[in-house]
Design a protein around this ligand. Structure first.
Ligand SMILES: Nc1nc2c(ncn2[C@@H]2O[C@H](COP(=O)(O)OP(=O)(O)OP(=O)(O)O)[C@@H](O)[C@H]2O)c(=O)[nH]1
Ligand SMILES: [Mg+2]
Length: 347
């Protein structure tokens, strides 16, 4: 899956202004008539609802818009350089690679953005006439177009994000409830990039669920795989926070911590990553309940109750608790009003 890449964009050069004088029969010294150069083309990025990935941009790294044509005699302005339009999926974020600044977030409210502006065309000598300069021999050269190195990152657009420590059973769950084929294995960091699945219910309504790579402590600072992918949960409406309560060994990275601490370690990562993510609605989901360690389950349930967090117990093996969880997700997604505002106080 291509979800981030870097491209170089250059606006076209403006055409030069012309130096030219009118030549007409019976007019020995015609006035200046050098036209302006044409403007260089722009490089523009535009959202396209038909696109889902950045795959099409994989092989082309440089986007140079057309140069403006030079001005001509008889006050002819040079032709404008041709623009380049780069089509990307909605949900693409545009960064300036050099300083890391977010330039645009291509969405329905901002469907396009100018990446590199074409240079202005130079003025021809006819623009330089004034009361003292009747026959100027000056004209400007066209300006260079802007150049920018741009990083594009695509955020997946899913309704629900599944997060949790490596090996918590996230991929097994998405493969159980949707047609998505997410790799499953009993070692940490099996899932390397997010995977989307569509969950349909009997009434025909559906929602999109994203299986995320496992998060560990330090993810928001770049440990593990986490940070690269945390951005994908920014657009979800709901997080399912999976916590393994089974007797199976917890991966080495995270084995030391008791069950609630494992949950809290990830909460801390979400909070240091972004306030928007931290205030998302969230359910705590105890997983692998076919092999529950009673104490783990009880502690987690007690924590959820005390903190007013919706709590579910599931087993992807026996399917226990899965219908109830899916039903609840459907209901929650209907209710858009419940989303909290991101304010500093909410952390
Ligand atoms: N007994 C039992 N085992 C499960 C269940 N769900 C997952 N597993 C096992 O747990 C292991 C990890 O499952 P994954 O679904 O790959 O876990 P993950 O959370 O996606 O892991 P990462 O991608 O590494 O973050 C696999 O060996 C699964 O077979 C369950 O409900 N019951
Ligand atoms: Mg996985």
């Amino acid at each position: 899956m291509i979800d981030a890449l870097t491209i170089t964009t250059t606006g076209g050069r403006g055409g030069n202004g012309a130096i030219s004088f009118r030549r007409e029969k019976y007019v020995p010294r015609g006035g200046p008539d050098g036209g302006n150069g044409g403007k260089g083309g722009d490089v523009v990025i535009k959202g396209d609802s038909g696109k889902q990935t950045l795959l099409d941009l994989r092989y082309k790294k440089k986007y140079n818009a057309g140069n403006g044509k030079n001005g001509g005699g008889r006050d002819r302005t040079g032709q404008t350089g041709s623009d380049i339009i780069i089509y990307v999926p909605f949900g693409t974020m545009v960064f300036d690679e050099e300083n890391g600044m977010l330039l645009a977030d291509i969405s329905r409210s901002q469907p396009e953005f100018l990446l590199a502006k074409g240079g202005r065309g130079g003025r021809g000598n006819s623009s330089f006439t004034n009361s003292t300069q009747r026959a100027p021999r000056t004209a400007e050269t066209g300006e260079d177009g802007e150049g920018r190195i741009i990083r594009l990152e695509l955020k997946l657009i899913a309704d629900v994000g599944i997060i949790g420590y490596p090996n918590a059973g996230k991929s097994t769950f998405i493969s159980t409830v949707s047609a998505a084929k997410s790799k499953i294995a009993d070692y940490p960091f099996t899932t390397l990039t997010p995977v989307l699945g569509v969950v349909k219910d009997d009434t025909g309504s559906s929602f999109v669920i994203a299986d995320m790579p496992g998060l560990i402590e330090g993810a928001s600072k770049g440990d593990g795989l986490g940070r690269n992918f945390l951005r994908h949960i920014e657009r979800t409406d709901l997080l399912l926070h999976f916590v393994d309560v089974s007797a199976y060994p917890i991966p080495e990275c995270c084995a030391e911590e008791p069950v609630v601490d494992r949950y809290l370690a990830i909460r801390k990562e979400l909070e240091s990553y972004s306030c928007d993510v931290a205030v998302k609605r969230e359910a705590i989901v105890a997983t692998k309940t076919d092999s529950t360690v009673k104490e783990n389950l009880e502690r987690l349930a007690e924590y959820a109750l005390k903190n007013g967090k919706p709590f579910f117990k599931i087993s992807s093996l026996s399917k226990e608790g899965i219908p109830e969880l899916l039903l609840w997700i459907h209901q929650i997604l209907q209710d858009k009003s419940a989303a909290e505002e991101c304010t500093k106080n909410s952390l």
